[in-house]
Write a new protein. Structure first.
Length: 220
């Protein structure tokens, strides 16, 4: 976890995954690579590089267009969903494949929560060095509970809202049809449970199906 000191006395936690050639990606997706185009060492006037990657690499926001034809690309999503108060909540996954238990979402009713980040991995696990197919997903029932709760955004510290073997990706569709923004691949290891302010703006990629984000939490 990276900590940065702001100009005012405020704690800032970086909850984004580092992007490098070693960053795990969904099998078959485009990994991160950075290649020099210009180099001070080679006598050029500056350092310039070319980056190639999937927009789903590392910590990212899914757009409705990712799963629903004719819907908003990432450049059109309401930015308000990615900025504001949120709750970080540790969850004990259940079942096989591992899912977030829906009652844990329903138990938040009446608390006025608009953004929810779920910590499913154990403290001390850190960032994975290889893609793990046995990650905890949100699942269909918890997705329905999130929509019923009126969430504006939900985030997970794993690669996907749906299980690895899913072909229909129904949990994603339930959330996106219900107006719930999605963050995936967060790093919540060691983040204290409770209320924080989330800042996780996607890039303005025209008709993008997703975008990397630099997600941070802060509180006074």
């Amino acid at each position: 976890m990276n900590f940065k000191e702001a100009t005012n006395p405020m704690e800032i936690l970086d909850i984004s995954r580092s992007l490098s050639p070693g960053t795990p990606v969904w099998p078959g997706d485009t990994p991160f690579s950075r290649d020099p185009v210009m180099s001070l060492e080679a006598g050029d006037s500056c350092n310039v590089s070319r980056i190639t990657m999937s927009p789903h690499c590392g910590t990212h926001a899914d757009a409705p267009l990712h799963f629903l034809e004719g819907t908003a690309g990432i450049d059109e999503v309401p930015l308000e969903a990615y900025l504001g108060p949120c709750l970080v909540l540790p969850i004990a996954p259940r079942g096989a494949p591992a899912e977030v238990p829906a009652p844990a979402i329903r138990a938040l009713e009446g608390r006025g929560i608009e953004r929810l980040l779920l910590r499913t991995r154990l403290p001390g696990q850190g960032e994975e060095e290889a893609f793990d197919e046995d990650f905890c997903c949100l699942g269909v029932e918890a997705a329905r509970a999130a929509v019923d709760l009126g969430l504006r955004l939900i985030g997970l510290d794993t690669p996907s809202i749906d299980p690895f073997e899913s072909k229909t990706l129904e949990a994603h569709k339930i959330l996106l049809r219900g107006g719930v923004a999605i963050l995936e691949n967060l790093v919540l290891d060691g983040v204290e449970e409770g209320e924080w302010e989330l800042l996780a703006l996607p890039l303005k990629i025209r008709e993008g199906d997703a975008s990397p984000v630099r997600a941070v939490l802060r509180r006074a």
